[in-house]
Design a protein around this ligand. Structure first.
Ligand SMILES: C[S@@+](CC[C@H](N)C(=O)[O-])C[C@H]1O[C@@H](n2cnc3c(N)ncnc32)[C@H](O)[C@@H]1O
Length: 250
């Protein structure tokens, strides 16, 4: 069975590549994780991408997303278990499809960056029950959108950049990181660094959407505005997705 994993950017239907559109048009059946009503806007963004770029009414199958343990004693094992449960859910749907159909997954941003779809599809393939041949089409990631929105070069001249999560941020700083992209940070962990006087932040929420928010400047001075903007977006949509660059002032 042919499967296309297609990066579709961060939510705006204009932010998808010509190559990704060509791939989407080869697909007979789209599989979409059903994450419940709290992310209705995201489901709508996906639907709009299909309306805009794929002629006709392609078949879409919603696959209920398994519950994830949000307070695990062992984070790594909990994620592996969750991937496994997802893989079983997709396997069940794929087994019901004709092996000749082309299946597509719409992947938020770029499939190579903090997304489990590649791992989950590999896991289904490794179960050995479905004969899978998959490919990946890159998408514009939230990291690229953030950098463009703030007109930033992510690296300093010849220097490294660490891309990490809110969960790992303080550890990475302890290990010497001083130019960092932070994703998946529901707790706004950079608050822990307020008062040190050394960090600048370039923050963005719901990038690429009509409700994009941007704040940029010294962390100590900006944190209040970021907290207010985050709360506003969340109150309005029920969810907020934000990413930021944190770097020491030079
Ligand atoms: C599961 S990761 C997916 C990342 C995605 N594969 C990418 O390339 O951007 C989700 C995280 O990406 C970031 N993110 C995704 N879309 C975003 C957007 N439109 N605006 C701001 N941050 C976004 C947030 O940090 C969010 O917690």
């Amino acid at each position: 069975m042919k499967i296309h994993l297609v990066g579709v950017g961060g939510g705006h239907p204009d932010q998808i590549t010509v190559q990704a559109v060509a791939r989407l048009r080869e697909v007979d059946v789209f599989l979409v994780a059903d994450k419940g009503s709290s992310v209705g806007d995201l489901a709508e963004a996906r639907a709009e991408i299909l309306r805009r770029h794929v002629p006709g009414s392609p078949r879409v199958i919603q696959v209920p997303d398994p519950e994830r343990d949000r307070r695990p004693s062992d984070y790594g094992t909990a994620v592996v278990d969750w991937h496994d449960a997802r893989a079983r859910a997709y396997e069940k749907v794929l087994l019901d499809l004709d092996p000749d159909v082309v299946v597509g997954f719409l992947v938020w941003g770029d499939p190579a960056l903090y997304d489990s779809t590649i791992r989950v599809v590999e896991r289904v393939r490794d179960f050995g029950t479905v004969d899978i041949d998959f490919d990946v089409t890159p998408g514009i990631s939230s990291v690229s959108m953030l950098a463009a929105a703030h007109r930033l070069v992510l690296n300093r001249i010849g220097g490294p950049i660490v891309i990490t999560t809110g969960r790992a941020l303080l550890h990475d700083i302890g290990a010497g990181a001083d130019n960092i992209v932070v994703m998946l940070d529901g707790k706004l962990t950079c608050r822990e660094l307020v008062g040190t006087g050394t960090w600048d932040i370039h923050w963005g929420a719901n990038l690429g959407t009509d409700d994009e928010r941007l704040v940029s400047g010294p962390l100590d001075a900006c944190i209040g505005e970021i907290e207010r903007a985050r709360a506003d977006v969340k109150a309005e949509h029920g969810w907020v997705m934000d990413t930021y660059v944190l770097r020491t002032r030079v």
